[in-house]
Design a protein around this ligand. Structure first.
Ligand code: 5AD
Ligand code: SF4
Length: 357
């Protein structure tokens, strides 16, 4: 085991071996990744205030609670003023960056709205707030428009790099095409964003070999940031029917932590998020991810009245505490593991070098 970690580069077989480790061996992998993180990005954790802009979605992914066929969802969209209020609060509190996430909507009115949010957020904060968008597949022209208005980063998860598994998790039509998703990632790169992707971990039919390929896909695509986490079933989705075939939740959590450590080893200077789905399995899931090599946290700052309606998976943590109390608790939790929040800084990916054109 320790011999594998001393290697200068990890092969696919090495990664598969490391993904199978448990207990003490897993701890060694985690410590190795933590050392690399310490050398590269130190013990600072960057914040992105997460705004769940809308749960409207044109797509029908078999795993997701807000898929368009789920008629139980109460659909909402934040008003422009609600978004701006959340952005300004985040800015004043020193979050440094916000992440604006929504279902996939390609209408002109929606893409115009995002454009206005991006432009106004930059204007109101004298260009200081960092903006990550996560609004699905869009045309290259739309991506460019949002970038030119000031968006800095874009996160589009590939979900799985296995085209065969992708096919099983999505309806088979042009709207849900794997090739289109890869093309969208390429458009984002061409446009000039810091590009992020990610996968779900512990999916039905997913093997360790596929997870190793996911990591190699990210390395080969030379991503700047990553958001990945466990797959958690949602009651009102087609995949719920095969929940018995899934690995137990704790195994999905441990696999996710090992994936984070391995990505940190493969790509030492990128930004890796400790995602909310980890916290849905274990209360301290995000802190465990920070210890395993993650360096970004995304506290939810969506207006409270909408939060119950952005349900992608079961057990999404919805805190009874105020956002300020949540942040204070998070700071305390991080201090206990010798980390601190990088307030008032955007926290861009050290891996990113802007296009020179
Ligand atoms: N479990 C975990 N993550 C999910 N996502 C969607 N549904 C689930 C689920 N059931 C993730 C997908 C998507 C992001 C918005 O949320 O990776 O890209
Ligand atoms: Fe829509 Fe994204 Fe959910 Fe798919 S995963 S249904 S695109 S919100």
């Amino acid at each position: 085991m320790s011999e594998i970690l001393q290697k200068s580069s990890l092969s696919k077989e090495d990664i598969i071996t490391l993904l199978s480790f448990t207990d003490n061996e897993q701890q060694k992998l985690c410590n190795h990744a933590a050392n690399i993180k310490q050398q590269q990005t130190g013990n600072i954790v960057w914040l992105r205030g997460l705004i769940e802009l809308s749960n409207l979605c044109e797509k029908n992914c078999y795993y997701c609670g807000i898929r368009c066929s789920n008629k139980k969802v109460v659909r909402y969209s934040l008003t422009h003023d609600e978004v701006m209020l959340a952005v300004m609060q985040a800015y004043k509190k020193g979050y440094g960056s916000v992440a604006i996430q929504s279902g996939e909507i390609t209408s002109k009115s929606f893409t115009d709205n995002i454009n206005k949010i991006v432009a106004d957020s930059k204007k109101m904060t004298h260009g200081e707030i960092g903006i990550t968008l996560s609004c699905g597949e869009q045309s290259e022209e739309t991506y460019r428009r949002w970038f030119e208005s000031g968006a800095d980063r874009y996160l589009l998860r590939i979900e799985t790099s296995s085209e065969a598994l992708y096919g099983k998790l999505h309806p088979s039509n042009e709207q849900h095409s794997y090739a289109k998703r890869v093309n969208a990632l390429e458009s984002l790169r061409k446009t000039g964003y810091q590009v992020g992707t990610g996968v779900m971990i512990g999916l039905p039919f997913q093997t360790k070999e596929m997870l190793a390929d996911d990591l190699l896909f990210m390395k080969q695509f030379d991503i700047d940031m990553c958001g990945m986490g466990p797959y958690i079933e949602h009651t009102d989705t087609p995949l719920y029917a095969i929940r018995e075939q899934l690995p137990p939740l704790t195994e999905r959590l441990n696999l996710s932590l090992k994936m984070i450590s391995l990505l940190r080893i493969l790509m030492p200077d990128i930004n890796i998020a400790a995602t909310t789905a980890l916290q849905a399995i274990q209360k301290e899931g995000r802190e465990l991810a920070i210890l395993a090599g993650a360096n970004v946290l995304m506290p939810n700052i969506t207006p409270k009245k909408y939060r119950d309606d952005y349900f992608l998976y079961n057990n999404k943590p919805v805190s009874a505490r105020s956002d300020d109390d949540e942040l204070a608790a998070l700071e305390q939790g991080l201090r206990a593991i010798d980390h601190e929040i990088g307030f008032f800084r955007q926290g861009n990916s050290l891996h990113f070098h802007p296009l020179s054109t």
